[in-house]
Design a protein around this ligand. Structure first.
Ligand code: PLP
Length: 356
């Protein structure tokens, strides 16, 4: 028998979340963002559930090729563009759309021998100062690109630093307007937060990621509680040991938790080597046999310890939900000082995955 920890990926939830996204941004095209192996869900496992999308957006050539080899014919966008001029041969062969964020990429495109023009996403630096041309550089970059026989359709692309904030788009949208003036280009600006909360930024193609997987772009589950989005990934395990503590007894490494009174605790087969966050403190929510309870003591590599007080019936073999429908990944992430994105991307390779 294998260790009882496993993850499930709910295909219906993915389809449902994509439908919610479409409903939230009617009339736009959708790039479903599947970078980082579909946010840890497994690109090969999930892409067909998202096949109603208009395109897939990702970072790695390997992921793009996987989609093409699996039969995906519609657009694929490389969010960071190409990393080396030689990548243009693969972009050409697999017919990918590439972001262009730097002058060297325009020069590389000019020199490449391609079988047909490549569609490009001209990236504007909205003020976040990661990738992209400053607004005053965009017209020049556009003119250089437009003059190249290798350039197909051009779309203006930008990303926002603070889209969770109601006022977070005011200045960046001004910069984008400045960059776009007189160019009359289609635009792709919106990540998940904009998709839900900033219809003024929807334009032609949205780029939702985290909401497809049913977690919150803000890190707070409450912020998406009314949207109908469903968690796609569940991390489950079982209780493999029970300890009866007396007042003052310590639990786990460093005795980071001590019982105040007599207390039953359960030992769960799941630890940080499975992707559960090591920084999750005592009090982090967990569900045992459907009852909400909490983590007590340090997270070990292969085990966590949980309070069984709210579930006296529970014992060895009881089902534990680390995150999923009952305990939202955002709640676990928040307790551990991180975001749902990081937890889902960090699901460990040793955890078996069931697709339902
Ligand atoms: C990751 C990413 C997205 C999706 O972001 P979410 O917050 O997951 O919706 C969109 N655009 C770009 C450029 C990205 O890198």
């Amino acid at each position: 028998m294998s260790r009882p920890v496993f993850a499930t990926i709910d295909q219906q939830a993915l389809k449902h979340n994509l439908a919610i996204v479409r409903h939230a941004a009617p009339g736009t095209h959708v790039w479903s963002v599947v970078k980082a192996n579909a946010y840890g869900h497994g690109l090969a496992r999930v892409w067909e559930s998202l096949a109603q999308t208009d395109g897939f957006a990702l970072l790695n050539m390997e992921e793009a090729i996987l989609l093409r080899d699996s039969g995906w014919r519609k657009p694929i966008l490389l969010l960071e563009g190409f990393f080396h001029a030689s990548d243009l041969q693969l972009i050409d062969r697999y017919r990918l759309t590439t972001s262009i964020h730097s002058n060297w990429q325009i020069n590389a495109l000019a020199e490449a021998q391609l079988s047909a023009p490549v569609d490009v996403y001209l990236k504007v630096n909205s003020g976040m100062n990661r990738l992209g041309f400053r607004p005053e550089q965009v017209r020049g970059a556009f003119q250089k690109l437009r003059a190249l026989p290798n350039t197909g359709d051009i779309t203006l692309m930008a990303h926002f630093a603070d889209a969770e904030n109601p006022d977070g788009l005011i200045e960046p949208l001004q910069r984008i307007e400045q960059a776009a003036e007189g160019l009359n280009l289609p635009r792709s600006l919106s990540n998940s937060a904009c998709t839900l909360w900033h219809p003024e930024a929807h334009y032609d193609w949205i780029r939702p990621g985290i909401v497809l997987y049913g977690a919150s772009p803000s890190g707070d589950w409450q912020d998406i509680a009314s949207t109908g989005l469903k968690p796609v990934m569940t991390l489950s395990s079982e209780i493999i040991g029970v300890q009866q503590l007396s007042p003052g007894d310590g639990v786990g490494y460093g005795y980071r938790y001590r019982a105040q009174q007599a207390q039953r605790i359960g030992v769960v087969a799941c630890g940080y080597a499975d992707g559960y966050p090591r920084h999750a403190p005592s009090g982090t929510p967990v569900a045992v046999d459907g009852h909400l309870t909490q983590v007590v003591g340090a997270i070990s590599m292969d085990m966590i310890t949980v309070d069984l007080t709210p579930c006296p019936e529970a014992g060895i073999g009881s089902r534990v939900e680390l995150w999923g429908e009952q305990v939202k990944i955002d709640q676990v992430a928040k307790a551990a000082g991180t975001v749902g994105y990081e937890l889902m991307c960090a699901l460990a390779p040793r955890v078996p995955v069931k697709v339902i």
